[in-house]
Design a protein around this ligand. Structure first.
Ligand code: ARG
Length: 276
């Protein structure tokens, strides 16, 4: 047994309930992040095929998967993480930064309402679980490119939980879930250079044992992953991150979402966790 294997603690998987949206109308027709190039072609059927592989992986893991009907003309709706934030049956709705995505806010809120969630209409700009992550009993909340810092106080008021504000500084990692991966109830992986000094100090303090990923792995949106506490669904191209996860006793499972990467999103972006 290697030292790493000896040191790796046993991990426990907890089955998750998630909301997803089939990319039936996926394309890149506008540019609201540096990954998007509307002049380049996209292949919607390939996007659907790759998304279905992610769906099948979640089925294999025993997840309860809910689907929201995609709407023509909303090509980014596949990135369900941005549709809201849900804890304790309370769904805090999204209010998007860019007009291109604004109609998604009410569409997701209608879905939450129909599914029996207690919906809170947002007053402040926020892009849901793209910028809010629940871990270690607190909500990590990103700001800098999309979600406004005033939404962080709205969030704290609604959930009565501590909210830790983090400033994102690299436009390629414009949502918190592109720079931080929640691995289990207590730990995360992150890209240090995506944050300013003050935010880094907070992360180091709360997560002294975090996995630090390389620029190379982050550049294929490796951090944009979804974990059940043991199985971590990641971009198959994030080889270094895959190794780090294995050393820590997690089970990385690679999927290829290259087509959805053209819109600036990966595994986590396509996944909104529903916590009843
Ligand atoms: N094209 C989308 C946007 O820029 C991608 C969203 C990615 N979602 C995420 N949770 N990081 O808004």
């Amino acid at each position: 047994m290697t030292d790493a294997a000896q040191a790796a603690p046993a991990r426990t998987a907890r089955k998750r309930t998630v909301l997803m949206c089939r990319p039936d109308y996926f394309t890149v027709s506008y540019r609201i992040n540096p990954w998007m190039h509307p002049e380049d072609p996209t292949d919607t059927s390939l996007a659907v095929q790759q998304w279905e592989a992610l769906y099948a992986t979640y089925r294999e893991l025993g997840f309860e998967i809910h689907l929201i009907e995609p709407i023509p003309g909303l090509p980014d709706m596949v990135y369900a993480a941005n549709g809201g934030f849900v804890i304790d049956n309370v769904a805090y709705g999204a209010r998007f930064t860019y007009p291109e995505r604004q109609p998604e806010g009410p569409a997701y809120m209608n879905w939450f309402r129909d599914a029996g969630f207690d919906v809170r209409e947002p007053e402040q700009i926020n892009e849901g679980e793209g910028d809010f992550l629940l871990v270690a009993g607190v909500i990590l909340a990103g700001t800098g490119f999309r979600t406004s810092s005033s939404s962080h106080s709205e969030l704290a008021r609604i959930y009565g939980r501590e909210v830790v504000s983090l400033n994102l500084i690299n436009p390629s990692f414009y949502h918190l879930d592109t720079a931080v991966a929640v691995l289990d109830d207590d730990n995360i992986a992150y890209l240090p250079s995506a944050f300013d000094g003050e935010s880094l100090a907070k992360l180091r303090h709360i997560f002294p044992d975090a996995v630090l990923v390389t620029e190379e792995d982050a550049a294929v949106l490796g951090l944009n992953s979804f974990s059940d506490g043991f199985n971590v669904v990641i971009a198959s191209r994030a080889k270094g991150f895959e190794r780090q996860l294995r050393e820590r006793g997690y089970n990385p499972m690679g999927v290829d979402l290259s087509e959805l990467l053209l819109g600036g999103g990966g595994v986590k972006c396509c996944t909104l966790e529903l916590r009843r």
